[in-house]
Design a protein around this ligand. Sequence first.
Ligand SMILES: [Fe+2]
Length: 465
Amino acid sequence: MACPKQHLRLPDEKRQICGTGQSQEVPVSRGQDRLDGQLQGIDIRLHREDTGRHGRGVPVDLGQGEAAGPGQGEPVDPGQGEAAGPGQGEAASPGQGEAGRFCPADYRLDPAVFAAKPQCRCDTLYVAGGLYGNRWAVDSLLRLIEGDPAKNARLAVNGDAHWFDTDPETFKAIEEKLSGAFLLAGNVEAELRRRGEVGAGCGCAYPAEVEPGIVDRSNRIHRKLKATYQGLPTLHPRFDERPFALLAQVGGVSVAVVHGDERMLAGWGCSHEALGQAVRQHELQEWMAAHNIGVLATSHTCAPAALGMSGVGEPPQASSTRPEEAEREASEKAEEEASKEAKEEASLPRQLSGEVPSRPFDVTEAIINNGAAGMPNFGLPGQGLVTRVSLTKHPQALYRAQLATTPPVFVEAVPLEYDQESFLAWFDKQWPRLSPASVSYRTRIADGTGKSPHEAIIKGFSLLV
Ligand SMILES: [Fe+2]
């Protein structure tokens, strides 16, 4: 189970954050003074100010002596004010931030999307964020959906469909293959289609803890990708149309699909580390209850996470103890809960298929981050991960939550096996040794992450493998 104090150092070559990065607009709540975490092998320690407004966006002090934030000087409050446009036009004054380190102001999501009627109603919805230009993963995804036990499954691609595909043929092929999907913009697409210059670089909004080399390589990858994009003007109208969010309905459940979090395109509020925080959990429960949303499906952080909860309870009490003690207490409580859940899992009878039945209790809210569809998330190379929300179960799901609805709706993480040999050969051709993408990503692509599916589960999901 996730532990917010977990610090796992990977070899230097693995110490990278996906090129889609994290927002400096980390949703932080009152009383949450520090978040320690780890993403893709990088220790993260975010210090932040408390504006005294519960659940609102807070300017984040990332330890560089200056407040980070979109607009550079006027922090965006994602929970207030009018939403900006979909990132197609001019945004904040350019050149005032470090490329790849901040969220442009127009990354704010329009909250009206979540109050509108669903744009998609179906019995099965796949959500695939972070295909990263891996066309073999795209092919596998389409085959997976075509072969789904539930017919007429729909697909939402929630951003960062492109990244490594700097050759125009692959870029175009991916667009063509995904033409039948609901296509959302990620920060990669938002910065590809941006006209003018705001200095956001890749749009990853890396926190200060991420070493500069990673950020620099990410910006260089995006510059090269943008040159490809600019050579394909016939595709531009398609990109301009791409929204930041989708509201779907599966059975009786509203499903919000975003790229980062519920407030910012490159928000980091749905990272594994953030979702492990009690205050953040309560904040999401409140937001989901207010919008009558049962499932929040996201991506962006490049590391999978799954959280199931049951109703809005009392808000976490402000602690009078020191932050270190509060952290220790929270960690011990999380470990205690994890141990309790593991015992409950072990006591469940196994079916002949080897599948562990759904937990004896249902959840009312599920937040699921598929990590990367086009790169490994766990120990196995050649295996991406996608989210599936459905009235039926998928036999290959790695973990699952069941929503307490009639009929029940299942939220699952399904592995996406792709042609690793072809992908790696193509990757090496596109990005030779010492190129920015090779330095940042090749080890992960070739060897996997070394993690296992159970590490993605925070609580409320059943491990099926
Ligand atoms: Fe992203």
